[in-house]
Every structure is written in C-alpha cells, then in structure tokens.
Design a protein around this ligand. Structure first.
Ligand code: MN
Length: 128
C-alpha cells in the first residue's frame, strides 16, 4: 500500500482526490488541513510521498516543505507542490525550497498520478 499525505485546506480539493485514490488499488490518502497538521502527520503517518498545497491558513506550504526537509526524520519523503498560484517562477521557487516536483490546480488527476509514480520510482532507485 502506498501511503500519501495531502496537505490541503480546501475540502473540495481534498475530497476530490480522496475519491480518485479510493478507486485505485494500492493507494491510501491521508489529509492534513493546515501546515502544522501536515508536519505532524508527516511524522506520524510516515507517508511515502506528500502532496503539498502552497496556500495554507497557518504556515504556507513552502515553509512546511522547508521544515520537513530540514528534519532528518522527514527529509527523505518526496514532496510534490500542488498550487493554483501557477505564476512564472512558482515552479522554480517550489523546487528551490526543496519540493521534488510541482503541479498546478485544477488537478489533472492522470497527470498528477504520473508525477507521483515517477517520484516514487526515482526515490526507490536512489534507495530512500
Ligand atoms: Mn489552499
């Protein structure tokens, strides 16, 4: 079972992804509704990969990423930033902050799933 953590404050977005992953076999999606809950869930759920919304009500997703990548316990968990703020430079900023990949909202499920699978394969190959 591949365990995903989705840090997302928008119920509709979280629900939509939850439905899509329920229809797939082999995935389990956990949702955290703000940055603090996301950091805690990263430590307790031990996800294989994190989907990170950038606009969160408490700590923004880039800062959450920074904190997770600075902690030896959570550093190796790949993070895909998923954001509606797809402005020029956002992708670069997310990657520079430590995100492993980037995708835009509205979510194109097949495209996102492709990125998730590619990230997981890369991690496997590098032995994380
Ligand atoms: Mn948001």
């Amino acid at each position: 079972m591949i365990r995903l953590l989705y840090v997302e404050d928008n119920d509709d977005n979280a629900f939509m992804l939850q439905m899509r992953f329920e229809m797939l076999e082999g995935y389990e999606l956990h949702v955290a509704v703000n940055g603090k809950a996301g950091i805690e869930a990263a430590r307790t759920v031990r996800p294989d990969l994190i989907l990170m919304d950038i606009g969160l009500p408490d700590i923004d997703g880039l800062e959450v990423t920074r904190q997770l990548k600075a902690d030896a316990d959570t550093r190796t968990i790949p993070i895909i930033a998923v954001t509606a703020h797809a402005m020029m430079g956002d992708r670069e900023k997310a990657l520079a902050t430590g995100c492993d990949e980037f995708d835009t909202k509205p979510v194109d499920f097949d495209r996102l799933l492709g990125k998730i699978e590619a990230c997981l394969r890369l991690c496997q190959r590098s032995g994380r």
